[in-house]
Design a protein. Sequence first.
Length: 557
Amino acid sequence: MTASPQTSPVQGLHHVTVMASDPQRNIDFYSRVLGQRLVKVTVNFDDPGTYHLYYGDLTGQPGTVMTHFPWPGAQRGVRGNGEVVATAYSAPATSVDYWQERLTAQGMKVQAGRRFGHPTLTFDDPDGTWVELVFEDGAPVEVWPASPVPAEHALRGFHSVTAWVERTQGVRELLVGQLGFTEVGQEPDPHGTRTRFQGSGDGPDGSGVGLFVDVVERPGAARGSFGAGSIHHVALRTRDDAEQAAYLAQLTAAGHAPTPVQDRQYFHSIYFREHSGVLFEIATDAPGFPDDEPVSELGRHLKLPAWYEARRPTIEAHLPRIVSPEYGVTLGTRDLGTGPQATAQTAASSDIQVLTAGRPPQQARVATVLLHGRGGTAQDILGLEGQLNLSAFAYLAPQAPGNSWYPQSFLAPLEQNQPELDTALATIDAVLEELQAQGIPPQNVVLAGFSQGACLALEYAGRDRKLGGVVALSGALITLDHTGDLGGLPVYMGVAPDDAHIPLQRFEASADHLRARGAAVEARVFPGLGHAINTQELDAMRTLMQNVAAHLDSARE
């Protein structure tokens, strides 16, 4: 199978998104050293206090665009299985010596090699991201006239990305079976076995920019650890919204749990995680980067989506000052290094095991604490991070002793679940205290849980603990006798009408109790849900979390 009858084969790469640290250093490297145009300066739509920087050819056409979220002071990531580890640009076949000399003159350590018959150079960007040049000419792009790299040596957009995985077969089934890629070769690699997959291209002969996804199989190797220099996701290219909608339906049917369509201003996106852990996006070609400013002005202004324009003064006040050297334009107002610096601290109790994902807590302003269900694990529920795909958040998942927060049903007399229940509530206190020490107060934290963890989350909030929001997936309140004004606390609750563990009457009574105390409760009943989580619930959870993040800057005014 190459693609379903309803979908055209994916053309290739659209863009690659990476976590960086210092934004100015990032600009200097990609524009001054690699000669890429800074085509757009905007913000992370999930965290408007962070830049989103886009580099590409003259207009930022799909297949040329490298994007970065720079989080000042972020710790380095560690490469490993379950992620894309390198991005390769296509370069003129005759430019090997030019680039070797140019990079070496910048003090960079460059490793020469060959891949599928073509010379390559591999080096680190300032945050340790592997960047590669493949010298095979490649399809032409629109050269940026102001580039410091002569036109005859200019990079020609992407050639490929490289992912490290435990097994290649799962990615093969996705790329070939679902997205219409073709498997075109295999060869030994220093890190394992490399398999190459090729997109359909946008030319009549199958040519195009960014055609290849390489997968290196590394059985038994360690997984990656996300941080500065880590590639967050790779976006694949599709022509328009109709094709994207067809892929959304197809991927959902295949069990890949894609997100709903996200409006990224310059393209529309869906995200999904391949079973090996690699996060993919499918992005549309349109509307493109010149949609809101002329080609001659690209990268010269801070562009905000319409829903953030009213907050522009506050957003600009919190963004670091950056300079685009080609234009001499200064954006942002805050000097780096002048604000308080968070320091890493150990958990409040050495008996608490807490797993983390997403943004490191010391670099985040908002967090989600995830509570697993009875018999589940912190690792299980931490998997929601990939499905939610909100990069502004730190995710923390404490592990319950024996995989259970308390011994009996949540409907049992309270004393039958003591002292374990009090210990579980104290665990949440300890995690929140640690987040507070990292600069994330409780009002910037969403507490979420599934099943027993959902009941625990609601109970914690019901005892008038201050939080940014609560998500209860198949849960209800343990007790209904607490008092106190909850002050508009956002709460999402979802359940099946016939859930064997959560009686519908208790679910509805819990929602009514919280509303009566001033919480803003969205309670939804899903026939056929069973004791599980569906995409509508993830959408509601994502919306609640986005609202908490969006309120941070306005609260500072």
